[in-house]
Design a protein around this ligand. Sequence first.
Ligand code: NAI
Ligand code: MG
Length: 502
Amino acid sequence: MQDTSKVTDTTPAKTTGATIDLPGDWRYAPSRQSSAPVTIADRYGLFINGGWQRPASGEWFPTINPSTEETLSEIAVADGADVGRAVKAARNAYEEVWGPMSGTERAKYLFRIARMIQERAREIAVLETMDGGKPIRESRDFDIPQAAAHFFYHAGWADKLEYAFPGIDPKPLGVAAQVIPWNFPFLMLAWKIAPALATGNTVVLKPAETTSLTALFFASICDEAGLPPGVVNLVTGAGETGAGLVSHPDVDKVAFTGSTAVGKRIQADLAGTSKKLTLELGGKGAHIVFDDAALDDAVEGVVNGIFFNQGHVCCAGSRLLVQETIHDRFVDKLKRRLATLRVGDPLDKNTDVGAINSRAQLDKITDLVESGVADGAEIFQPRCDLPERGFWFVPTLFTDVSQSHRIAQEEIFGPVLSILTFRDPEEAVTKANNTPYGLSAGVWTQKGSRILWMADRLDAGVVWANTFNQFDPASPFGGYKESGFGREGGRHGLLAYMDTGI
Ligand code: NAI
Ligand code: MG
């Protein structure tokens, strides 16, 4: 006989009182990844010119584990003087060592770094999960292997740049200032540093203030790989440090991934300078599920596309457009699947949804979800036992969402899915494009011609067909509209770091 557990919608506002019958007991015994392989120092300085330096400010700030709220370490606050020293070190390394070095020699360093990331992958994954809150399954199986893949891929380009752009003799730009966010800390570092170094530039990178530890770990990899001093420099701190870095006059290239608001500010700051700029900003990606789609596959894709990494994903499929005829069936399947997601300890290998990265982000998600309820959308949250400490948000879906609701327009950056309906492909395209963003979309249908028809019309840098969130270093990634400009990855991504004389 099947044993049945009940899942109740416990949300106070607009509670339906509905319960869902689930076959079997979905609880798994804990399977915790040990944090023993990781050593975390009490304090980290700044990595400038191949060595650790004290911040001129003499100031430090704590970085916490968002699943326990425990302080893991103290991180240096870099001020203008520190940023100046880092940029100077990068300039010297560019002029004296890295710029003149042949592509073949540069490639050797990149291959070495890639292999060292693989060798130390478990340590990096555990550190990433402790500092940022993402499930170990994701940092172990996705973030860190992808980061290594980015270094391998770009190592392969370093001595072939003249073939990448035939008839053009591409030159490096010089010093790259790179500012990255907290959702994929180590992977974003790889997306930024690997192409910059492959093309002959040197780097000053600022990680996000809540997730600096894996970047600081990368400093030790640079050191052990024998990378010449000054080729990679790391400055830590919050927005002020980032602003000081991107506006430094001796920087030739700025690469930023983060919020649209900050991206716009950086673009305004750089206007009138000769700095080259790429921006990878927010998104409000849509899944479009047609009635002929393989529905169970689509459910998995939709769940993966928004609950993966707590929805802290710029290309998340945070809206679902489902064809009206299958709405009820599809939503029912989704709710059942949602009820089986395991939320909790990010170091547990069975965890699907980890901790929200910070209290500030949790407040933002809570505010937007409250606006959804106030606007009249119907909320569903499965019953979930959440840990007492730390920052958590129950996977949430909204039905009866209309296009004007904030939850249909604004980036929530949390495990929250807004569901709308459509009748025909034209309406699906109009609704999918009705946001200020243009980063990602997913089309679910068995008709190949319809996929191509949709892909032509969707304002999205990436359109996945019958899948979602697939990545490869060879495939360029980037957005349209307020999602930013420029591409990262692939041959296109090299252009962001090269002067092609055009
Ligand atoms: P943010 O854009 O403030 O932070 C991203 C990075 O930019 C961090 O390293 C931060 O220190 C730095 N930064 C902040 N102000 C800066 C400035 N004036 N100049 C240069 N660098 C600066 O993002 P935040 O506040 O952490 O998150 C707010 C929202 O942004 C999220 O709720 C989410 O919607 C969105 N976001 C989008 C990301 C994406 O991958 N597209 C990543 C992170 C956040
Ligand atoms: Mg942290």
